[in-house]
Design a protein around this ligand. Sequence first.
Ligand code: A5P
Length: 235
Amino acid sequence: VSNVADVKKALGTAAVDRFVHDGMSVGLGTGTTAVWVTRRIAERLREGSLQSVRAVATSLQTELEARTAGVPLFTLNDAALGGELDITIDGADEIDPAGNLIKGGGGALLREKVAAYASRRLLIIADESKLSQRLGASFAIPVEIVLDALRPVVRRVQEMGGSAVLREGARKAGPVVTDLGNLLLDVTFKDPFDPPAMEDGLKSIPGVLESGLFTKKKPDLLIGLRDGRLDYRER
Ligand code: A5P
């Protein structure tokens, strides 16, 4: 039995070694699992066993990590990328049997979704504790909103049968402000919901920028098992 920290490192390392090749454009995810992707790419570039990778960061956390480690960063607006990535490798908070995801525990869901949906391939790396029979069973849906829409969005979510809690900062008074200057609601529903319909429903509320439901881009999964094995499941 391996501890979760070792599993996360093994996942990020294996994801790069198996799926990132010379010359690829790569979306770098956010969180304690995806950080190992950035670290492994940096290591391989230094060794010279990987070349000409162009990376796009999905958060300030990842950007700092990549810049410090010397991974060449681009944005999706750079002409060199043509608005598309070969692959994005990211973590997740909950994964259902159909490959629908909840992401955004780290508050980076908007940039993560832009990168994920703009990628030819989305690879999700997660330890098996993230697998869930039903999305929303153990994790709220993070929703990024503009400040002006806070009360109207909370109301609308209540009308939809849910409840919404403003995410508060840790060691900072007041709400979390995202990398893009917005607020986050953590939204829960007592009743089971259809993930693709809920992604559309939340997105249709004025003032909602994105939700952490990822249902439109089916990922390949690399799952870290408790016994240390990595299980690859292609979509
Ligand atoms: C960040 O906003 C998230 O989407 C992360 O990808 C997700 O929270 C998983 O993070 P960990 O790998 O740290 O659990």
